[in-house]
Design a protein around this ligand. Sequence first.
Ligand code: SF4
Ligand code: SF4
Ligand code: SF4
Length: 268
Amino acid sequence: MSTRQFSDLPSLFNYLNIKDLSDHDQSLIYQINQLLPQTQCGLCGHADGCLPYATAIIKDNEPHNKCVPSGQIVANKIATLLDREILAAVPSRWQTDPNTSRPMEVRAVIREDDCIGCTKCIPACPVDAIVGSGKQMHTIFTDLCTGCELCLPPCPMDCIELIPHPRAISDTERYAEQADLQKRYYKHLERIEQQVNDKTNAKPVISMVQAKLNDISVNIDENQAKNTIESAKLRTQLKKLEKQLSVKFDTTKQQQYDELLQKLAKLG
Ligand code: SF4
Ligand code: SF4
Ligand code: SF4
């Protein structure tokens, strides 16, 4: 594999130091990442998504069975790729889709009657599938949604629901779709970075879909925008920790959870 595959990663991933690894290890990380669903849901314990998990499997010898949405099939494929033992996949709370033998995929739907247009769900979506602007009803483009569930915690109205999305899809179609999801996530990260670094004209993070629709005006002041983004991030981290703690108690994680809760309370 050419190391150029990792030459233009979003700067969020600098901490992984992938380019310092041998070509062999980079190649393995690349291949594992291609197998992963690219929903960036964080259920493997890696809040920044699939690439950090793929990297940890190689760099830190992390178990290869932790990707919840991809299930046993992908755990087995990684085991074969790495010549490691077969491990039982970490179970999903969703039943198995008989079409794919993977955990059932889900898609998010906003109960539009209950939506208050607060915009809090928008920055949480790693693939920019939500459209709407301040004080207006929001909606989700189901075709773009991966069902990662990350938009649920920031919603103050609990008006985002998940619906099962059974489907038959070939491996070729799936890998093409995953490559596209990965691209969209990296674009999303680059755009957030640009907006965070934009000191002159700080705006709340808005979706690419919305920008494409030329509806980029959101009537919200700079401090409120920063709080909105920060609160969404904190809620997302809290939800992930909550899920992890519900599976297994961990003192450090509980401490992180309490600290994040205090930070969120201060943001109001
Ligand atoms: S899909 Fe979710 S659980 Fe699977 S590797 Fe990506 S972030 Fe982790
Ligand atoms: S709309 Fe919600 S569930 Fe769907 S991809 Fe975006 S954050 Fe994930
Ligand atoms: S977070 Fe909930 S209430 Fe706010 S815009 Fe999104 S769906 Fe609507």
